[in-house]
Design a binder for this molecule. Structure first.
Ligand SMILES: NC(=O)c1ccc[n+]([C@@H]2O[C@H](COP(=O)([O-])OP(=O)(O)OC[C@H]3O[C@@H](n4cnc5c(N)ncnc54)[C@H](OP(=O)(O)O)[C@@H]3O)[C@@H](O)[C@H]2O)c1
Length: 275
């Protein structure tokens, strides 16, 4: 990272989270540059991080050896087409845009470009994210570790060799936070139906999810072993688990994750279908 100049195209929520993670981890202010169409937002970022700002993406790109594409997926093709043929082949592109395939990004940029695709999830905004990473053939091992260092500032990183697995990662962890929010909503409603004050039911549910996640992530036991340990024979937990199983809980989850996977695949096709 020492000699890298990292340019962010798009100064929104994700760029903000990654830049603050990088600066906390010791990246110098003058190694990071940022570009956006929104001048008011750029001024905010400059005031917070003391970074060089640009309203012209090509000027930013000309100065950086790593470019993080942090715009919405729908504008990515137009952003890339403006950069077409203006990058050196040594420039590493990191795209965090959901769904857009590396071959489409490479095509829009004019070909022969090192591209890493990341699929971070929303907890990255709190530096608690997890992301899948995929590198195309042009990415060197040095560029792979550079990409991993950048994403590591907000996420745990897991590499895949097959880009289509990013759709599976999207279905499990990319969309995953919303599944847990739904579970929290349902537990809150169920607690309130039993007479608890709704805010109390919500607090009980959220803290339980947090505690259970921390137990699962710090324990050597699998989630199934942890569940078995807290499920006493003929106890309250067993009654609830049996009710979940009677309603085919596992099948419900499997169908939902498959639906997200199929949609991720469709979105990738739609976003690349620009000719
Ligand atoms: N937020 C998350 O938790 C999350 C998680 C995983 C992946 N992602 C991905 O991360 C990417 C960024 O998400 P975000 O939440 O940070 O979005 P965001 O807050 O909307 O930021 C995107 C920024 O890009 C600007 N922009 C639009 N067109 C531009 C252009 N041609 N050149 C330069 N900047 C331009 C936007 O300006 P305007 O608002 O004026 O258009 C906006 O300030 C998305 O592709 C998303 O799929 C986000």
């Amino acid at each position: 990272m020492q000699n890298s100049l990292i340019g962010f195209i798009g100064a929104g929520n994700m760029a903000h989270a990654i830049i603050s993670g990088l600066i906390n981890n010791g990246t110098k202010h003058n190694q990071i540059k940022i570009s956006d169409t929104n001048e008011a937002l750029l001024s905010l970022r400059k005031a917070e991080f003391n970074l060089e700002i640009f309203t012209d993406n090509t000027k930013l790109a000309a100065q950086c050896n790593v470019i993080v594409l942090a715009v919405k997926p729908q504008v990515l093709s137009s952003v890339c087409k403006v950069l077409k043929k203006k990058l050196t082949t040594n420039t590493l592109i990191i795209s965090i845009a959901a769904g857009v395939r590396s071959r489409d990004i490479e095509r829009w940029l004019g070909g022969n470009q090192a591209i890493v695709r990341a699929m971070p999830n929303t907890p990255a905004l709190l530096k608690q994210g997890i992301t899948g990473l995929f590198a195309n053939e042009q990415v060197s091992s040095k560029q792979k570790s550079l990409a991993e260092n950048i994403l590591n500032s907000v996420c745990e990183c897991l590499w895949v060799d097959d880009e289509s697995l990013l759709d599976a990662i999207t279905a499990v962890s990319g969309s995953g936070p919303a599944y847990f929010f739904l579970m929290l909503e349902s537990m809150t409603k169920a607690g309130a139906a039993l007479g608890l004050d709704e805010r109390m039911a919500q607090k009980l549910s959220i803290q339980t999810a947090l505690g259970a996640s921390m137990m699962a992530s710090s324990s050597e036991d699998s989630p199934q072993q942890l569940r078995n340990k807290v499920t006493s024979k003929n106890g309250t937990t067993q009654a609830a688990i049996e009710s979940f199983q009677d309603q085919n809980f596992e099948v419900i989850i499997a169908h939902a994750i498959r639906a997200a996977f199929d949609r991720a695949n469709e979105i990738g096709i739609e976003l690349g279908n620009d000719e």
